[in-house]
Design a protein around this ligand. Structure first.
Ligand code: NAP
Length: 529
């Protein structure tokens, strides 16, 4: 088995001295499993003495590169021979990796004990499959090459699909056959290091090791990365367990747009880690066309969470849809029918479920007791309101709906069997609970509220499905009036716990999940302040 891949932290320092003074990088020097990338073209004070000073601190656990000006290098005056001279110093000092662009002639360069990364960068555009494969074949057959790196821009997740296709082929193909076709001889097959740069290509960084890469690039915690889409080394190490991921691990994911603030990766990766289950959960920015995404990425995934705006469209991608989800008209969960806890090994394909609906009902039941005979007003008539309405109706509650757009409320009322009311009806309704299923009050609009204080009926339980912030303006107003309140976090955790249990067949570690999600929400609040 190959050794665990490295996390290579990129530097953005203007001088060697700045790098040497950076406390975070001092801490990373020689930390097991880590490399520091020395981008020599970025250092304004570069000379051989400065390089030796840097290597005194970081060698051997460094990846050294002097980027070619045509591939993002910052020193347009640097000749090939000058760049190579510095890289030879790094190899002579025994750094783990030297990264040289394929366009740079390597005459006279001796990699010694370092591993040679032969790289190609395109910051402008994604590469189609045929070009990517051509680069792989050409570069992997070159002498002395240990790693073939291709990094290209990726604006949508589909831009990165050719990389996934090639990575999967390389994984399944007998590796030697890739070489035989090119050179007629098979000696040493390099490792692929394919990076889709951009938020939509984050998967390629998290799953790099799973597809045979020797390392992935990460950004420092305090500072910027060197390429779009890099995530922090700490998130890779602690949240995604990057160094532990093995090629057979199941991959789960969440698709949506936007996705960068989703707490689902925190929820699921924490749960997988806490119960020591194999598996990693990855965010996928899927702007549109979830069907195309499924065609390219579906077979790599073992479970999918679905968020805005794909909950309706993803129903079409399911081979079976649970009756409750069908009635709601939306799925937030896709599970493999021949895997996880579903155990219907004779059936394959995707099962679509809606775990939002039971999560709302469970949350309300925990606060109110049985929902039979209870009267609940739902604010909103979108996806969350639909899930809430069906979820609590199924447990015996009477539902009323209040929505900005009356026609939408009418349509939902007809589907679920509910009344539609207006604000003026509020004082006359005998309610047990109000659920806010609109985004009103969600960060950054934390001072907004769907109901003013005077409109909140006394004594009624108020449950806000919005969970960022945890205590919304609506909940604060209700609490100030003495009403019982319930935060949306319990619904979020409830829907995720059900997903986790469907996929893994293991009991979800709810306390661990709550701890990490609360921490993340606190961080978000601090960042807003
Ligand atoms: P959606 O399908 O877009 O529906 C939004 C609903 O809110 C619509 O009924 C819309 O009314 C109404 N609305 C939007 N802006 C409004 C405003 N300014 N004033 C009054 N009404 C407004 O969204 P969704 O999927 O239902 O999600 C709604 C919220 O639920 C999310 O923002 C999220 O905070 C929460 N949620 C929480 C969880 C959880 O796990 N806790 C899960 C899912 C969703 P119109 O029909 O008039 O447009």
């Amino acid at each position: 088995m190959s050794s665990s891949p490295y996390i290579c932290v990129t530097t953005q320092h203007a001088t060697v001295q700045e790098l040497m003074d950076d406390a975070e990088f001092k801490g990373l020097a020689n930390r097991p499993g880590f490399l520091v990338e020395l981008r020599l073209d970025a250092f304004n004070d570069l000379n051989e003495a400065a390089l030796h000073r840097a290597l005194n601190v970081f060698a051997p656990n460094a990846l050294v590169t002097f980027r070619h000006p045509k591939e993002g290098g910052l020193r347009s005056d640097a000749s090939d021979s000058k760049r190579l001279r510095y890289l030879q110093v790094a190899a002579d000092r025994g750094v783990k990796y030297v990264d040289i662009e394929a366009r740079t002639p390597r005459t006279g360069f001796n990699k010694r004990d370092s591993k040679l990364i032969l790289s190609y960068h395109d910051f402008e555009q994604p590469l189609p499959y045929d070009i990517l494969r051509g680069i792989w074949l050409r570069h992997s057959s070159q002498q002395d090459v240990d790693v073939v790196k291709v990094a290209c821009a990726c604006k949508t997740v589909m831009d990165s699909a050719p990389m996934l296709r090639l990575l999967r082929e390389l994984q399944t193909m007998p590796r030697a056959s890739v070489m035989v076709r090119v050179s007629g001889a098979s000696v040493h097959v390099p490792q692929p290091l394919f990076v889709s740069m951009g938020e939509a290509g984050i998967w390629s960084r998290i799953l790099a090791g799973r597809f045979g890469a020797p390392l992935t690039f990460a950004r420092p915690e305090h500072g910027l990365g060197s390429a779009p889409g890099q995530i922090t080394w700490r998130a890779l190490e602690e949240l995604y367990r990057f160094r532990e991921i093995e090629s057979g691990w199941p991959v789960y994911g969440v698709i949506g747009n936007p996705i960068s603030h989703s707490l689902s990766p925190h929820l699921h990766n924490t749960a997988l880690k806490a119960v020591r289950a194999e598996g990693v959960y990855v965010p996928f920015l899927v702007e549109d066309a979830p069907a195309e995404f499924m065609r390219s990425f579906g077979s790599t995934l073992s479970g999918i969470s679905v968020t805005i705006p794909h909950k309706q469209a993803m129903m079409m991608e399911c081979d079976q849809v649970e009756p409750a989800a069908r009635a709601i008209g939306a799925v937030n969960t896709l599970s493999r029918m021949d895997g996880g806890n579903i155990q219907q090994s004779t059936v394959s394909g995707w099962l679509g479920s809606n775990t939002d609906a039971p999560a709302v009902a469970d949350t309300l039941e925990a606060a109110l007791g049985t929902l039979k005979g209870k009267h609940v007003l739902i604010l909103g008539a979108g996806g969350a309101a639909r899930a809430a309405a069906f979820g609590i109706k199924e447990r015996g509650a009477t539902v009323s709906l209040l929505n900005r757009t009356r026609e939408r409320a009418d349509a939902l009322a007809k589907d679920v069997g509910a009344a539609v009311v207006s604000l003026t009806d509020l004082p006359n309704l005998k309610l047990d609970a109000i659920i806010n299923a609109t985004p009103v009050g969600m960060a950054p609009h934390v001072d907004a509220t769907p109901l003013r204080e005077a409109q909140i009926p006394p004594g009624v339980l108020v449950f806000d499905t919005v969970y960022n912030p945890l205590r919304t303006k609506l909940l604060e107003l209700a609490q100030a009036k003495g009403n019982p309140t319930v935060e949306g976090l319990s619904m979020f955790i409830g829907q995720g716990v059900r997903q986790f249990e469907l996929w893994t067949g293991k009991k979800a570690p709810v306390e661990d999940i709550e701890g990490v999600v609360l921490d993340e929400l606190k961080k978000a609040r601090t960042a807003r302040a």
